[in-house]
Design a protein. Structure first.
Length: 480
């Protein structure tokens, strides 16, 4: 090679390296010791997923782990008449479906808080208020699906029942059936291919009706042959024996059918985690671990877990409710011993937030729906999503460039492997997160989390490198 062509080559190498943006693989960037740490992190993450199949179970598990690390209930601090000091670790719970974990900062709260918000609900099938019926001598349970599902995922798949039944006297019966090896599971039957001639002609979205998502519940009849609906009666008797409940109690219940499968390693190299509910419990777990590690932050750190994101952040446990504002108000009251609303508004408006939610990774089986220049990649680190929404950025908060730059600086200074992402090609579809509701406080907010394969399916897939990097990113944000 002559000198001139070598110089030319070096020049474009230099331009590429110094001026171009290049994706990095998390695994390439981690030293061996940290790779091992990342793998260990995923083991604990899988245990969390198996213990947290519903929003209530996730909250229970989060509170358990937080208490282990010395977090104290805010109400207890109030009751003891204790004033909060910098570095205190506290939490609040809302109706068993929200938690806010807080570590008080050195700076006054009204200077602004650092917030990470994720959601702990996931798409599933809920039992209807009067679910039990008998048809053709088969006992069945009617469901109403929750969140954005592809209905065919839920047929011929083992399901477990989780949730609560509230009796008239207020007693709460917890049910978890289908997770233990010795438990029975539930299933929704599918039509055999031999008789699917008509169904196969239908569009995918119309081939399975919502009213066809009925769960097989039993077939053994009551002994009394003269009785009508002997199977339904036998199941009612069984429910009464096992849980001490009557049919009317099912009208005051929240029973959810979720995949009965456990979180598993995926691939010959075990590089990925496959499990139900990773949207968004992957962000819940990684942000939880980040705040459990958070000691004496500069700004007050809050990690929030919300419900109802999958159905529009509605209800008094969703991000559109006042739970979070009320928590900040109470926090201020405990710090100052007094309350002035302006300080609460300042704490919120001066805040910085990460809306911790998942993105979609380019899937080689479905390449066509992604803009390959802008889509997130499996294994390439935490995804910064400036905007979500659909149809011309509709219904997104669209983060300010200044704030995205601030997060970029924090990530680069802390050697976080990050990438950008868009949910798919323009006009291909879209979706939203809690970011738009956080933005209403005037707070800066950016969507930030790992990218998944098969989002909203019973077997969502995440990369172990991304999971670990997400945790590191949240940790850096909280202390920054
Ligand atoms: Mn989500
Ligand atoms: Mn979702």
């Amino acid at each position: 090679m002559d000198k001139e062509s070598k110089e030319t080559k070096d020049r474009w190498k230099k331009i590429k390296e110094e001026l171009g943006f290049e994706l990095k693989l998390v695994w390439d960037q981690l030293p061996q010791a940290e790779r091992e740490e990342a793998l260990k992190f995923s083991e604990n993450y899988k245990a969390f997923l198996n213990a947290a199949k519903t929003e209530r179970e996730a909250i229970r598990e989060i509170v358990r782990l937080a208490e282990e690390q010395g977090f104290v209930l805010l109400d207890e601090m109030t009751a003891r008449g204790k004033k909060l000091r910098p570095g205190n670790k506290i939490y609040t719970v809302n109706k068993e479906k929200n938690v806010a974990l807080i570590v008080t900062g050195k700076e006054p709260v009204w200077n602004g808080i650092n917030l990470i918000g994720s959601h702990v609900d996931a798409p599933r099938l809920d039992l209807k208020p009067l679910p039990l019926y008998e048809e053709q001598g088969i006992g069945l349970l009617k469901t109403h699906y929750y969140g954005g599902i592809k209905k065919y995922h839920w047929l011929s798949h083992p399901l477990a029942m989780h949730g609560v039944v509230i009796k008239q006297n207020g007693e709460k019966v917890n049910i978890s059936l289908g997770e233990d090896e010795n438990d029975p599971v539930f299933v929704i039957t599918d039509l055999l291919p031999h008789l699917s001639k008509d169904q196969m002609q239908k569009k995918l979205g119309e081939a399975i009706s919502g009213e066809a998502l009925n769960i097989l519940a039993g077939t053994f009849p009551l002994e009394e042959k003269e009785a009508k609906e002997r199977v339904k009666l036998a199941i009612l008797e069984l429910l009464n024996q096992k849980y001490d409940i009557i049919e009317e109690d099912l009208t005051t219940a929240e029973l959810e059918l979720v995949p009965a499968t456990k979180a598993r390693d995926v691939g010959l190299d075990r590089s990925m985690v496959g499990a139900y509910g990773q949207d968004d419990r992957v962000c819940a777990y990684t942000s939880l671990r980040a705040i459990l590690n958070c000691q004496n932050p500069v700004r007050t750190a809050v990690v929030l877990f919300v419900d109802k994101e999958e159905i529009g952040s509605t209800g008094n446990t969703g991000m559109r409710s006042r739970f979070f504002e009320n928590t900040v108000a109470e926090l201020l009251y405990l710090i100052a011993g007094d309350y002035d609303e302006i300080y609460c508004r300042k704490a919120l408006a001066n805040g910085r937030a990460l809306s911790a939610d998942v993105g979609a990774a380019v899937d080689p089986n479905w390449e066509g729906v992604y803009d390959k220049y802008n889509a997130a990649r499996m294994g390439c680190g935490v995804v910064m999503t400036k905007y979500t929404g659909s149809g011309g950025k509709y219904s997104t908060s669209d983060a300010n460039a200044e704030f995205v730059a601030e997060i970029r600086r924090v990530f680069n200074e802390n050697k976080i492997v990050w990438q950008t992402g868009e949910l798919g090609k323009v006009d291909q579809g879209g979706g939203g997160t809690i970011a738009q509701f956080i933005a209403r406080y005037g707070m800066d907010v950016l969507d930030c989390g790992p990218a998944l394969f098969s989002m909203h399916s019973p077997m969502e897939v995440a990369h172990k490198g991304d999971i670990y990097m997400c945790y590191r990113a949240y940790e850096a944000f909280l202390k920054g």
